[in-house]
Design a protein around this ligand. Structure first.
Ligand code: B12
Ligand code: SF4
Length: 449
């Protein structure tokens, strides 16, 4: 049996992202299957992709759907037409049964099954592919497998995967070379799940609300593999790396023991860390901290169900700064309770966050399975059962999106370290040039003033 796993994500903003999920999917399949991972970033023309599909002649094609759109309220771009095109290419060049999966798919499984007319889908963790293929081979009932969808079965059983999780990383694969030559960034997961319940966030739904940790020494071994393959930077993809201070500290210690010497970064919650936490992280190679701050108004933070207040943000920021780290804060403006006054509190509060980059998203996307979805439903902003695959953003009665933009732009006053929207314009202009010149890592630190 031949299984072709395709990463369909060609977005290069802010930089191309190594398809980590497919390493795990491939790692779950045993040697009975001839498995090949391909990445659309690696193909220079549609013809070369089609020729590869014909030549490999897969029995099954697993398509990884990561991004739905760029989640930019101002300049929104959907990737659905590209996925539809890929489906046509697979269908016309092979007899493969097509199986969808990935984080974007997991948010809107029924919608994607319909829009892409796929044969099967797997919601959540792709390790279940081996169970699905097994069942198909034995002509058993696939609908019994949690997370599996068919053309007929559209009700979904969400259940975290409890079997063995194994990453298959191939340093010699063509797509690994692509990422090494374009920014040098590879990625790593240290656990799955987020224990917090921020009202707008999809992560606990995608990965589960309970943290499931990988063994720190095993993660450090994986990190060494990436380093030995030539990675110049590692992004830790956990929903929030410091959601467990214990586990993240153990990972950092294991990095030191394993001789991981390349820089790394990830998403952090701006809660107050234990003494010396950031210092110990920096000793283990952490260079970039990306805080999911969202607001500096305590009213808005409470409405978004964030697990911290603004004063904790200032403390966490200072400790990271004192440890010599590069810091970015993400802001999500326009949620429930946002008005001119709360926005002003946020913009004024930013004056206390020295030497950082600020990413502003001026509209909160409504996703299913979130508390915000229920708020929007109650407020009549969306109708029950409405198709929200084309993005719908929450509208705060207290302020409009153009008013938010104007206030942020006025305060930004052209400063380079204030990036509004997905930052596509600035990123498209600057980043590819720097990567071509051999710069590596996320590079936003160059914007810090
Ligand atoms: C880390 C991360 C980032 C980092 C990535 C850094 C890096 N070098 O890796 C950064 C900050 C750069 C980033 C940027 C963006 N991101 Co992001 N990101 C994530 C995050 C938190 C984790 C992704 C990840 O790697 N997970 C770990 C791997 C192992 O899991 P996985 O890929 O999901 O794979 C598992 C399953 O999905 C499944 N699976 C995957 N593929 C397949 C295929 C098959 C066939 C099957 C059966 C199963 C399967 O099995 C895997 C193993 O269990 C997710 C949220 C989340 N918690 O999932 C958002 C997420 C993927 N990002 C999202 C978005 C929108 C973006 C941006 C477009 C934001 C922006 N406007 O700039 C950019 C796009 C960047 C790009 N070039 O694609 C969205 C995508 C959905 C959507 N709304 O469109 C997500 C889901 C968050 C959200 N808002 O809901 N992101
Ligand atoms: S926003 Fe961050 S901390 Fe909150 S639920 Fe999502 S991943 Fe967890």
């Amino acid at each position: 049996m031949k299984v072709l796993l395709i990463s369909a994500n060609t977005l290069r903003i802010p930089y191309p992202v190594y398809p980590l999920g497919l390493d795990y999917v491939a790692g779950s399949l045993d040697s009975r299957y001839q498995t090949k991972i391909v990445d659309l970033n690696d193909f220079t023309s549609p013809e070369s992709l089609e020729a590869m599909i014909r030549e490999f002649s897969p029995d099954f094609a697993g398509v990884s759907i990561r991004n739905i759109d760029n989640t930019d309220v101002i300049n929104c771009r959907s990737f659905l037409p590209e996925y539809q095109n890929l489906m046509r290419q697979i269908r016309t060049n092979s007899q493969a049964k097509i199986i969808l999966g990935g984080s974007g798919f997991t948010i809107f499984p029924v919608e994607f099954m319909r829009e892409l007319d796929a044969d099967y889908g797997i919601v959540g963790e792709g390790e279940r592919l081996s169970q699905l293929l097994d069942a198909l081979e034995k002509k058993a009932d696939v609908e019994e497998i949690p997370g599996v969808l068919t053309k007929e079965k559209t009700d979904i059983v969400y259940e975290p995967y409890s079997g063995k999780i194994n990453r298959h990383f191939d340093p010699a694969s063509p797509h690994t070379s692509f990422y090494l030559s374009y920014g040098g960034m590879l990625n790593l997961q240290t656990k799955r799940g987020c224990p917090f319940q921020c009202s707008y966030c999809t992560y606990p739904h995608i990965e589960g609300g309970r943290m499931r940790f990988y063994e720190p020494r095993e993660i450090a071994r994986n990190a060494r593999e990436l380093q030995d393959a030539g990675a110049k930077y590692i992004f830790i993809t956990d929903s929030a790396f410091n959601a467990s201070y214990d586990h993240s500290s153990q990972v950092a210690e294991a990095f030191i023991e394993a001789g991981v010497s390349i820089p790394w970064g990830g998403f952090f919650v701006p809660t107050v860390p234990p003494a010396d936490y950031f210092k110990r992280m920096a000793d283990a190679g952490l260079t970039h901290v990306e805080f999911g701050t969202e607001s500096l108004s305590d009213t808005v933070l409470a409405n978004l169900h964030k697990p911290f207040t603004s004063s904790e943000v200032f403390t966490a920021h200072q400790q990271a700064l004192d440890s010599g780290l590069h810091i970015a804060h993400y802001f999500l403006l326009g949620g429930p309770g946002e008005n001119k006054q709360t926005l002003q509190e946020t913009l004024t509060g930013i004056d206390n966050l020295s030497k950082a980059v600020f990413f502003f998203f001026c509209g909160v996307r409504i996703y299913p399975h979130t508390a915000l979805y229920d708020v929007a439903l109650r407020e009549g902003q969306i109708a029950a059962g409405a198709n929200i695959l084309p993005p719908v953003f929450y509208r705060s009665p207290g302020i409009t999106a153009p008013e938010i933009m104007k206030m942020v732009e006025d305060k930004a006053n052209g400063r380079l370290n204030w990036l509004i929207g997905a930052g596509e314009a600035k990123a498209t202009r600057i980043l590819p040039k720097l990567y071509r010149r051999g710069f590596t890592g996320p590079l936003w630190e160059y914007l810090i003033q």
